[in-house]
Ligand binder design. Structure first.
Ligand code: UDX
Length: 426
């Protein structure tokens, strides 16, 4: 059992502090926002994450987890201090390290000799050195322990990771950090700081490339009349390809893939290395958003002006309340730009400011008077909406299901028309 401080209570910080406490460590979570700290101390989560609330409460009741807004309280006794602060995207696409640097500088006076500062935020290659400089203490070690949590599955991913990666200047220090996860059985990589930092970006960017390819192939299937689901299933049976992350959709988004792909592009160009595949994946993703809007426009006679489009789903994927870099929003922006009025329903989003977009509190209400219905997020509840009731409420009968959640045959029987992909060259 170790004494651990976790700086930051966002997605990564919360899951990390709650997860490490559930492994039996004494954890103090720190956030500079006293209101958020008070909420967490009362066992309330500021985010929607299945299962996390229960283990937050269990952690606090067991005494393994405390939350504070006093930095010295969190850090002064800690053997390990995890930095889980944001690394937003800068104008040039690179990752902004200012939160990491200010957190490192703020904690340096409180760190006990021999403490290990562990960066869990997604940071560019070479950031461990930046942290070492910001702390400027030779009696403190700096390690990198990238996270691979998926929103909506964070608790599962913490307890059942595909791998755990720790990078440090010495194997001994890396092993000390890895020992914190001794109760978790999975492949474990001890490596250098730079290698650990790059594993995160390389993994996320590869997944983004994979999804861009999947969406492009799905578009080709639609155009040539092949069944994309069967093509992707056939591909996924090849163990070199794997059958995960093969679900086509309106594009990929969220708080990680877009930012990490751009950051890796910028890291590579700083080292004079071209990564054309990533640049293409980003362009392909933007084309995927437009392709959906084009399909709706074509199905409605080539123009959206004066049209009302009902949209199901605003979040970047199901099981989260997160709309950051959501492909749904990107598609809606295209529809509005085309002259449409958009009415959207999402089970987890009650307000979203965007000109031309209004929110409804049910799928039927969103469909009322609509010329077309577009499904953009794969919420399970959308599988059960009543096709006849929705089509009754709509003016038109065009349905575009980018996430294949609807029972197409049932909807077609109820009068829906599912247009094939746009004939416009992308
Ligand atoms: C991602 C990585 O998966 C995770 O390892 C990392 O730690 C953080 O970034 P997350 O942002 O939660 O996690 O999203 P993820 O589940 O990976 O989905 C990313 C995007 O890809 C979403 O827009 C999702 O809808 C889309 N997606 C995913 C597909 O369109 N098809 C798929 O088969 C899988």
């Amino acid at each position: 059992m170790s004494k651990i401080a976790v700086i930051g209570t966002g997605y990564v910080g919360l899951t990390t502090s709650i997860g490490l406490a559930s492994l039996g460590h004494k954890v103090i979570g720190y956030d500079l926002d006293p209101a958020k700290v008070e909420m967490l101390q009362a066992g309330q989560l500021p985010i929607h994450e299945p299962g996390l609330g229960e283990i937050l409460t269990a952690g606090i009741e067991s005494g393994n987890l405390q939350i504070t807004s006093v930095l010295s309280e969190a850090v002064s006794e800690a053997d390990f201090v995890f930095t889980c602060v944001p690394t937003p995207q800068d104008e040039d696409g690179s990752a902004d390290l200012s939160y990491v640097i200010s957190a490192s500088a703020a904690m340096k006076e409180f760190l006990k000799p021999g403490a290990v500062v562990v960066t869990k935020s997604t940071v560019p290659v070479g950031s461990a050195r930046v942290v070492e400089d910001a702390i400027g203490r030779s009696d403190v070690e700096v390690a990198s322990n990238p996270e691979f949590l998926r929103e909506g599955a964070a608790v599962h991913d913490f307890n059942h990771p595909d791998r755990i990666v720790v990078g440090a200047r010495s194997t001994e220090v890396a092993q000390k950090v890895m020992d914190l996860y001794s109760k978790i059985d999975c492949p474990k990589i001890l490596t250098s700081q730079a290698t650990a930092e790059l594993i995160k970006y390389a993994s996320n960017s590869f997944l983004a490339i994979k999804l861009s390819y999947v969406n492009d192939i799905a578009a080709l299937c639609e155009a040539v009349g092949a069944d994309s689901q069967e093509v992707l299933h056939g591909m996924g049976l090849d163990t070199r390809i794997g059958n995960r992350f093969l679900e086509p959709g309106p594009g990929w988004g969220g708080s990680c893939f877009p930012k990490d792909a751009k950051a890796l592009e910028s890291i590579a160009s700083n080292f004079g290395v071209g990564l054309p595949l990533i640049t293409s994946a980003i362009a392909s993703n933007e084309a995927a958003h437009k392709r959906v809007a084009d399909r709706v426009t074509d199905a409605l006679g080539g123009s959206l002006s004066g049209k009302t489009i009902a949209v199901l789903g605003l979040t970047f994927k199901a099981n989260t309340d997160d709309t950051r870099e959501s492909p749904a929003i990107a598609v809606i922006e295209h529809l509005v730009r085309g002259g449409a009025k958009v009415v959207a329903y999402d089970p987890m989003v009650t307000k979203y400011e965007l000109a031309g977009l209004s929110l409804a509190d049910s799928a039927v209400a969103a469909a009322s008077g609509a010329d077309a219905l577009v499904v953009l997020t794969e919420w399970p509840v959308f599988r059960t909406v009543d096709s006849a009731e929705i089509l009754q409420a709509m003016t038109g009968n065009v349905v575009v299901d980018t996430r294949r959640v609807l029972d197409q045959a049932k909807w077609q029987a109820a009068g829906a028309v599912f247009p094939n992909s746009s004939s416009r060259a992308v």
